[in-house]
Design a protein around this ligand. Structure first.
Ligand SMILES: [Zn+2]
Ligand SMILES: [Zn+2]
Length: 435
């Protein structure tokens, strides 16, 4: 309905849409120098103080206070550390704009003057270094600058914006937690949801988008390989689960290469191996942690079946009884794939192309990383669009291998990327709620 109304409106308005959005972009550019210092100061502060999933109390409090100063109605503690700031401006569509809040357990090695030296205590009592290695500090800075621009330019738009600060993106749990604690039940369902994510593969100044499926379905699996423990000097009186695990890890590499359709996107990665205590003891089990990335339910089924089947076959070849066959445990918290609604993407990209030269906007391929932003779309009931924001200085592309997201060396060019993110988000919003 939103899109029928919008396209009818656009047809009536004809070329009037063009000068209006161009004027908006000029307003954003004229306004940015007034807020650049305070926005970048906030960015550096967030960058220096990353907090882990569901522990983002300082971060959430800073954002909540900033939104309150802008006059938004703010509710905190939704999905533990999540928050929403509601900006109402008369009748019109309701659009959700999401940022994520959390950092990662990584020790920063960028050498930046505002690099994180933060350490936090994990629930298990261990102390870990934390880093915003996924750019969520950039997302928060763009999100807050967008709220500020809209709050200070109410004459440019109509409707309601839900500024949602989502915790725990890195463990794929925060969006589900906010929805389970009544985000939509309490405040209503939005007509569309927008978000951005930094992208070190794109030069700063550019925006990337994917039409349709953009981020993969994430399944976490724990495999326990059983053996029969014994003395390291007498392997013939034991069944060694370390050797069995080694064979299993190599054997499951054939799932991707020999079992799945070559045209089907999928990843099977073993992220940890835990087994044994001492050189001269054959343990009785080894635990493996896997992440599986897929787009189709059929590929998912094939991978999980193969993990079971290969485990059974190897265990049997070692003479283990059925009760010692490997156990494949699929985590109940899966992250569904994030699908960008084609109609919404086309509408926003069209608006961007009206105000920016074409080369700033690049169509990208789907990726195998996961994102729980897609959950805000309630399985296709609400159109969603997450676009990518370039953060790498163009000159860095000549230097070869670039740091990826989640790398201790990832240092986005925030000074240049944040105003571009702001422009992109404001144009996207005002293409839906604008003059
Ligand atoms: Zn991440
Ligand atoms: Zn991220």
């Amino acid at each position: 309905l939103l899109f029928l109304a919008l396209s009818a409106q656009a047809q009536r308005a004809g070329q009037h849409v063009l000068p209006a959005l161009t004027a908006v972009l000029e307003r954003v550019r004229a306004w940015w120098p007034q807020v650049a210092d305070s926005t970048l100061a906030l960015y550096r502060d967030l960058h220096a103080h990353p907090e882990l999933a569901f522990q983002e109390r300082r971060t959430a409090a800073r954002l909540a206070a900033a939104l309150r100063r802008l006059g938004l109605e703010v509710h905190e503690g939704i999905g533990q550390t999540g928050l929403i700031g509601i900006l109402r401006n008369g009748p019109g569509p309701t659009i959700l704009v999401r940022t994520d809040l959390d950092g990662l357990p990584i020790e920063e090695q960028t050498g930046l003057p505002y690099a994180s030296r933060n350490r936090v205590e994990r629930p298990d009592g261990a102390t870990v270094a934390t880093m915003h290695a996924c750019g969520h500090d950039v997302h928060m800075s763009v999100w807050l600058a967008t709220a500020r621009f809209l709050a200070e330019h109410r004459n440019l738009w109509r409707g309601t914006v839900f500024f949602v600060g989502q915790p725990a993106e890195e463990i794929g749990a925060g969006a589900a937690a906010m929805l389970a604690e009544g985000l939509y039940a309490r405040f209503g369902r939005p007509d569309a949801a927008l978000a951005l994510h930094v992208d070190p593969n794109l030069p700063v100044g550019t925006i990337g988008y994917v039409l349709g499926p953009a981020f993969a379905h994430v399944t976490s699996v724990e495999v326990t390989i059983y053996g029969v423990g014994g003395h390291g000097a007498a392997p013939h009186r034991a069944t060694d689960p370390i050797v069995l695990a080694a064979q299993y890890i190599l054997a499951i590499q054939t799932i991707r290469s020999r079992i799945l359709d070559p045209m089907e996107p999928a990843v099977v990665t073993v992220g940890y191996i835990r087994g044994g205590t001492q050189q001269n003891i054959i343990p009785d089990r080894v635990e493996l942690g896997l992440t599986i990335r897929t787009y189709s339910a059929e590929a998912r089924r094939q991978i999980l079946d193969a993990l079971e089947r290969i485990g059974r076959g190897l265990a049997e070849s070692y003479g283990l009884p059925p009760e010692r066959y490997p156990r494949v445990l699929v985590s109940p918290t899966e992250t569904p794939s994030t699908v960008n609604s084609p109609e919404l993407v086309r509408h926003v990209v069209e608006a961007w192309r009206r105000v920016w030269p074409g080369e700033r906007i690049q169509e990208r391929r789907p990726e195998t990383v996961g994102e729980d932003f897609g959950r805000f779309g309630l399985d296709g009931q609400i159109p969603t669009f997450m676009f990518r924001l370039g953060t790498t200085p163009p000159e860095a592309f000549q230097r070869g291998q670039l740091p990826t997201l989640h790398s201790p060396f990832y240092g986005p060019d925030a000074e240049r990327a944040i105003p571009v993110g702001l422009e992109a988000m404001v144009i996207a919003l005002l293409s839906l709620m604008g003059p």
